[in-house]
Design a protein around this ligand. Structure first.
Ligand SMILES: C[S@@+](CC[C@H](N)C(=O)[O-])C[C@H]1O[C@@H](n2cnc3c(N)ncnc32)[C@H](O)[C@@H]1O
Length: 280
């Protein structure tokens, strides 16, 4: 069988797996992925509700363990303080604003780790986390309370395309833009509520849109996660896109330009992620 190609399998012909046996002894992360993978592969023949169930189960059961806060902290620090190879700060002007006191929206914040890490790094600024998954927002609120950040950090159950508020100096999308069924609507919403000189920070996996270029450990791991997590998540939203986690810069840049965010600049590149500075 070739490594790259299009493969289909009718859900009706899928053999029934004994998931309790298959996942016995696996970490919470991997058993969550496997359960979700099984459910989403079968979902073609199932009612709508089954398809929607696959998203919360994947995100809620697996994500915090798969994405440790230390890893996120490194992304945040890199974005604000590192220099781009042009010699300019990675996110030009953003660190100064955050140190003085800025208003930040963290879209698709999940369990709120990114929001809390930013809030701890910039004590003069206010942070607002949004996610459409209620259990994630409850966990995020608990985390902020435990960290004593309740006065500067808020969380709200809100879909990315319905971003409330206004005049945000910074709007962040940590590893979630490609998960949205309608990333264009989310970026359009962000454009509408950005302050005049505001910017968006978009963190995406550092893998190619060309499958043949992803045959290495990081590319393989992203591609396989995409199949079990990112693609079903976006497909369950019935939007115009299901990008997977390796749409490539050109696709994302085109979606942003369509909604008025014409400046799309890679700010920081790490082994695993590309961080973009996106503006009007
Ligand atoms: C891969 S997780 C990233 C979570 C968090 N930003 C982080 O880096 O840890 C993607 C997040 O996007 C959220 N999400 C997916 N579609 C969404 C939508 N349409 N509106 C709001 N949040 C959404 C999911 O619930 C999930 O929390």
């Amino acid at each position: 069988m070739p490594l790259i190609g299009t493969f289909t399998r009718s859900p009706a012909k899928m053999p029934l797996l004994d998931l309790s046996k298959i996942t016995a002894g696996l970490s919470k992360t991997w058993s969550g992925f496997l359960r979700d993978w099984d459910r989403s592969l079968r979902s073609g023949n199932y009612p709508e509700t089954t398809r929607y169930n696959c998203l919360p189960s994947a995100v809620f059961s697996s994500w915090p363990a798969a994405r440790p806060p230390a890893w996120l902290a490194a992304q945040v620090a890199g974005a604000y303080s590192r220099r781009h190879h042009s010699g300019k700060p990675a996110m030009e002007g953003v660190e100064t604003k955050l140190r003085r006191g800025a208003s930040v929206a963290d879209v698709g914040c999940g369990f709120g780790h990114s929001t809390v890490i930013m809030a701890k790094a910039f004590p003069q600024s206010r942070f607002h986390g949004f996610d459409f998954h209620e259990p994630s927002i409850e966990a995020a609120q608990k985390l902020a309370e435990e960290e004593g950040l309740g006065d500067r950090v808020t969380f709200e159950v809100t879909a990315a395309q319905d971003l409330p508020g206004g005049d945000y100096d910074l709007i962040t999308f940590f590893d979630c833009l490609h998960d949205l069924g309608d990333p264009g609507a989310a970026l359009r919403g962000a454009e509408e509520v950005l302050a005049d000189d505001g910017s968006c920070l978009v963190v995406e996996p550092n893998v190619s849109a060309e499958p043949g270029e992803n045959i290495h450990p990081i590319g393989r791991s992203f591609a396989s996660t995409s199949a079990v997590l990112c693609l079903p998540a976006a497909m369950a939203q019935d939007g115009p896109h299901a990008l997977g986690n390796h749409p490539g810069q050109d696709a994302l840049e085109a979606i942003a330009a369509e909604v008025g965010l014409h400046s799309w600049r890679p700010a920081v590149e790490t082994l695993t992620n590309l961080i973009y500075d996106v503006r009007r």
